[in-house]
Design a protein around this ligand. Structure first.
Ligand code: NAD
Length: 670
């Protein structure tokens, strides 16, 4: 069998030098490793597929050591020697703008300043990887350097399957992550597949190459916190949350947005974090203003800022459980409470149990994972008990989409579920999407639209901020007023970490108007090319019963048709890149999420794609939400039908009188 003469794209036929690791860069914990000998053999053979045969003798012991000590073969040696960061697009090699743009996005996701565990290719969310290993990174780069505008690169869980002929209007990259067959769609089987080297947990924008640093989530967190104040505390629409305390935990990839968002919303943020290195990162960035490991000192600051009504953000270095305990014991009133520890991966290192420092927790996880699990469960039960006590004292708690309540349930607290036998019926505390983001944003079509100025010029970002602001009418709805306020102050708030990027929640007409305006500015030579996209955590991109679709009440929240259709619909309409992944923030088997990237280059073709694809990308979800009888979506979809009579039509439901049904059922069952 001779096929080797047909390998035209491969890694160099010489092994790169063995690498040392830079001090102070966070490293991923050992991942679950349950392979038997036979499976280890497969894992090794799989990784060696990327490497020319005459190099195998030298690399085999190294790969084996990685597999056993890390639980994965990352191929550290293949990490490039150059500094990895999202550089200006012109510094990349490639035949087309799109292919160079993807390289900017990939490198930004792996930047030491941006990524959570850059050596292990993890961008954020404890386990969200860009690729499974560095061999894939190198091979994808090679393909991107060669790709033309009539080819599409196909990627399965980070592995480039190949470059196939398509057309100018087709996506340039189609990628999927961790798409497991139903029977194996669970964490244990995923971990096995990942160790074997055939599956990647892409989270959302890690494997989707659209992460823009914690800024991406600041706007959503700002919207959540300010609207929580309105919903739970009756704060009027034109006021902020000054003098109000928001208590939470986590200063990691996404959770690190919390202190900044609360400050922008005018409030007092207190965020617990066990890992000092993460506190330091946020402090150095100016995203958190004060640090203390002393609850008493923190209470003093709370009092001071309640009086002055000035915004402030405070990092507590310690376990959230200890801080809550102090607040309960000392009857400290806190209005708003949530949690953003990585509970989607609670036993894999995402949650440090009370009684252990961060380092002690990591050590226990490595040496005795069963005991670690026991300790996590004990801590979660205590954590929840303290929340219920704070609730009795007048606090309002919501789940931040990190599977906290599900983790508490799994730790043995059955009455945290509305139906103790069936947690899919929801929990006794709301999730932030169920009460806030869902009805107030997603149902209208507002979602986390974002863009990256690929020139790398700050000047371009300033111009796009101004342009986007001119597309928003602050008097239309409360949401528009908040978004206007956000973009007006975005530069002043110094949100950029990594590439020159911006997030701005917008609805379908808003996103289309902004994108068209940018494309025109590129055509007129005012700015360089721009990549637009969104977080997958959006109106239509994600089916997740514990989160994005938690306010869908027609029973369809167990289905993933919307996310799959979004991916297909975005692809046929010509988005530059489309991605579909399993899991996301809530974990394997609990969500299907998808996203897109569209590279704007000033051409008429891109105008055409913006008009059709951007509209579909939002209205798909609005249509589904309207069919589920969500009030604000009914209004939005009906308006779309009125304006598009000759173009299309969304199927709208007839509504019934619920009491009629209840009575009929009662009567029948008697
Ligand atoms: N921000 C959002 O809008 C949003 C939305 C949906 C879901 N989430 C979820 O929030 C979670 C956090 O995401 P991330 O990217 O920040 O993850 P991350 O792993 O980068 O950060 C979590 C942080 O929590 C800290 N931590 C763990 N246990 C702790 C404890 N007991 N006390 C204090 N600190 C503790 C960790 O040290 C870590 O820094 C994920 O599950 C994510 O899916 C966030």
């Amino acid at each position: 069998m001779n096929f080797k003469d047909a390998i035209y794209f491969s890694l160099p036929d010489r092994l790169p030098e063995k690498k040392s690791f830079k001090e102070g860069i966070r490293r991923a914990p050992q991942r679950s490793f349950t392979l038997n000998k036979k499976e280890m053999e497969i894992a090794m053979k799989n990784a060696l597929r990327y490497i020319p045969e005459d190099l195998h003798d030298e690399i085999i012991p190294e790969f084996l050591d990685e597999l056993i000590t890390k639980g994965r073969i990352y191929g550290y040696r293949f990490r490039p020697d150059v500094e990895i960061k999202g550089k200006p697009i012109d510094s990349y090699r490639g035949k087309i703008t799109e292919a160079k743009a993807f390289q900017v996005m990939i490198d930004n996701n792996l930047d030491f300043e941006v990524a959570l565990y850059p050596y292990e290719l993890v961008t954020y969310g404890e386990s969200g990887q860009v690729f499974q290993n560095w061999m894939q990174y190198n091979l994808v780069k090679k393909y991107l350097e060669e790709m033309t505008d009539e080819q599409t690169l196909v990627i399965y869980s980070g592995h480039p399957v190949g470059l196939f002929p398509t057309s100018k209007k087709a996506p340039r990259v189609i990628s999927t992550n961790a798409m497991l067959v139903g029977l194996y769609d669970n964490l244990d089987d995923f971990n096995k597949a990942a160790s074997i080297g055939v599956s990647n947990y892409g989270q959302m924008t890690a494997g989707g190459w659209m992460y823009i640093g914690p800024q991406g989530i600041v706007h959503g967190t700002y919207i959540t916190v300010i609207n929580a104040g309105r919903l739970y505390l009756g704060i009027p629409d034109d006021k902020d949350i000054s003098g109000i305390v928001f208590l939470s935990s986590g200063l990691g990839g996404m959770s690190g947005a919390q202190p900044k968002a609360v400050e922008i919303a005018g409030g007092i943020g207190v965020i617990a974090e066990v890992d000092y290195s993460r506190i330091k990162t946020r402090y150095d960035q100016g995203w958190v203003s004060k640090i203390s490991d002393d609850p008493e000192e923190i209470v003093g600051w709370i009092d001071e800022y309640r009086k002055s009504k000035n915004p402030v953000s405070i990092a507590y270095h310690g376990n959230i459980v200890d801080l809550l305990e102090y607040f309960v014991d000392n009857h400290i009133p806190i209005e708003l409470i949530s949690d953003q520890t990585s509970c989607h991966d609670v036993y894999g290192g995402g949650y440090t149990p009370a009684g252990y420092s961060f380092e002690e927790g990591r050590k226990l996880l490595e040496t005795d994972p069963d005991k670690f699990k026991e300790e996590v469960d004990r801590s979660l039960r205590k954590h929840y008990e303290l929340i219920t006590k704070m609730d009795e004292q007048g606090s309002h708690f919501w789940d931040y989409g990190n599977s906290f309540l599900k983790a508490v349930y799994d730790a043995g607290v059955r009455d945290v579920a509305k139906d103790p036998e069936n947690p899919s019926m929801g929990f006794v505390y709301p999730s932030y999407v169920e009460n806030i983001m869902g009805p107030m944003c997603f149902d209208y079509g507002y979602g986390p639209f974002r863009w990256v100025c690929l020139s790398g010029k700050r000047e371009d970002l300033k111009k796009t901020d101004q342009a986007a602001m001119s597309c928003i009418d602050p008097d239309r709805r409360g949401m528009d007023r908040d978004n206007y306020h956000w973009i007006k102050n975005a530069e002043k708030n110094e949100l950029v970490v990594g590439t020159q990027a911006r997030i701005l929640y917008a609805d379908a007409p808003g996103r289309i108007a902004i994108a068209l305006k940018f494309n025109k500015m590129i055509k007129d030579g005012e700015i360089g090319p721009v990549m637009i996209g969104r977080d997958h955590h959006d109106v239509s991109g994600t089916d997740s019963p514990f989160r994005e679709t938690s306010n869908i009440k027609d029973g369809s929240n167990v289905t993933a048709d919307m996310a799959v259709h979004n991916f297909a619909g975005d692809a046929v309409r010509g988005m530059s890149m489309v991605v579909l992944s399993n899991g996301g923030g809530v974990g394997v088997g609990k969500a299907i999420n998808g996203g897109f990237g569209l590279v704007l280059d000033g051409t008429d073709l891109k105008d055409e794609i913006i008009r059709s694809a951007m509209e579909w990308d939002v209205m798909n979800g609005v249509a589904r939400r309207a069919w589920a009888r969500n009030e604000n979506s009914l209004e939005t979809a009906a308006e779309w039908n009125r304006q598009n009579r000759d173009k299309g039509h969304i199927t709208l439901p007839y509504l019934t009188d619920e009491t009629k049904i209840k009575e009929a059922i009662e009567k029948y069952l008697k």
